[in-house]
Design a protein around this ligand. Structure first.
Ligand code: UD1
Length: 367
């Protein structure tokens, strides 16, 4: 009898936005036979609220290896991941390393794996903001250049990669794996009591997040955006779960009436809050996608987005960082003037199945 060889896949997660992208791929590969999986957590995010709760909410197994790199400057963090992951890759020698998104851990692992000759699969490839001041844009471009399999969430990703001269044979339009996680968690989000805990009524609040360095590291930019949120909070309660980077920079004693500052939330509770919000204001990448998937109006407080499909097809509007403009866009939404969105192509909850098909086929071919 011919035995099908086992394919060894090593997944890397590091920061909060990685977890919901990798969880569905892990789960899907677990269902297929002949796959050995190793999960490595770099430890870029380490707080219970930035990491552990996501493992519980997403039903992810505990990492097999934890690199414990923690925070630091870009160079320190990237270098620490590289140094710590190299012996792990040398020991495990997987057929493929799977990295996701655009955080420092993503590019650091890709660089090490490429030099060791280990094939790299990049989940969420091809996104481009064309803003080279964003650390994530540098991470995206370099990771894609180093990757052998590029899984794109939207057609613009294919087009961006083609223009950069990446061999189209390497590029696979699979749809958005984050939406797989969203579909899987939605029944639990419907059961969440977070709205009651925060004393909010359905459609009776706005949800805000801010954590981009360009928005929060510059005190003038941060204070402008906080005053915009405070202004919106005059009309409707605004819930504001605070990222540790942002909390560290808040002016002392800041908490205007109507603004509810809360700790970072877990995945299920946060989805529950998005689903019932009248409006979301954010500078996050992933939240632009989650609001589009749930049909909730989103105002993106940035000058550009690497996720144009959320604007062209979904419910997202790029309003920029001018506080007056953000407030007037919020007033429009609160007055009911919203553009209905549609669900982008292949954001159907089955992206991880397509990723798994490609990974296994290419893993077997390589043996
Ligand atoms: C990182 C990603 C960003 C992503 C974001 C989501 C990079 C370059 N940036 O940004 O793309 O949108 O994660 O959260 O990879 N901190 C804690 N506890 C933690 C983690 C961080 O307190 O568990 C604090 C530390 O003070 C740290 C700061 O937050 O210095 C920033 O963390 P870092 O991982 O450097 O970047 P993020 O801003 O989280």
């Amino acid at each position: 009898m011919r035995t099908v060889p086992t394919v060894k896949v090593l997944h890397v997660v590091g920061a909060r936005p990685n977890f919901m992208k990798v969880a569905p791929v892990l789960a899907q590969l677990r269902k297929r036979g002949q796959v050995r999986q190793v999960l490595v957590h770099t430890g870029q995010h380490y707080d219970a609220k930035m990491s552990d709760v996501f493992f519980q909410d997403l039903g992810m197994p505990q990492p097999d290896v934890h690199l414990g790199v923690g925070s630091g400057s870009h160079a320190q963090q990237t270098a620490r991941v590289m140094i710590e992951v190299e012996p792990v890759l040398a020991r495990e020698m997987p057929e493929v390393v799977v990295v996701a998104g655009d955080v420092n851990s993503t590019v650091a692992v890709a660089l090490v794996a490429a030099k060791m000759g280990i094939p790299i699969a990049h989940i969420e490839a091809g996104l481009r903001s064309r803003d080279w001041t964003m650390p994530e844009e540098i991470n995206r471009v370099l990771t894609d250049r180093l990757s052998d399999l590029l899984f794109t969430p939207s057609r613009d990703g294919d087009e961006n990669l083609r223009k950069e001269g990446i061999d189209p044979e390497r590029v696979h339009f699979v749809g958005n794996v984050m939406i797989d996680s969203l579909h899987a968690a939605l029944p639990r989000a419907r059961e969440s009591r977070i709205r009651e805990r925060l004393e909010l009524s359905r459609q009776g609040y706005a949800l805000a997040t801010l954590h981009r360095p360009a928005n929060v590291d510059d005190p003038a930019a941060l204070s402008g955006l906080l005053s915009a949120l405070a202004e919106v909070a005059v009309s409707i309660p605004v819930v504001f779960p605070i990222h540790p980077r942002t909390r560290a920079r808040l002016p002392a004693g800041f908490e205007p009436r109507g603004l509810k500052l809360v700790e970072p939330l877990g995945y299920v509770d946060f989805l529950a809050l998005i689903a019932d919000a009248r409006l979301v204001m954010t500078d996050s990448g992933g939240i632009q996608e989650e609001t589009t998937a749930l049909g909730v109006p989103c105002l993106t407080l940035r000058e550009n987005t690497e996720r144009p499909v959320t604007v062209e097809t979904g419910t997202n509007q790029l309003v920029g960082t001018d506080p007056a403009r953000a407030v007037s866009a919020a007033r429009e939404v609160l007055a009911g003037r919203v553009r209905p969105g549609r669900i982008p192509e292949l954001w159907d909850g089955r992206a991880a199945e397509r990723v798994a098909d490609v990974l296994l086929k290419s893993g077997e071919e390589r043996r």
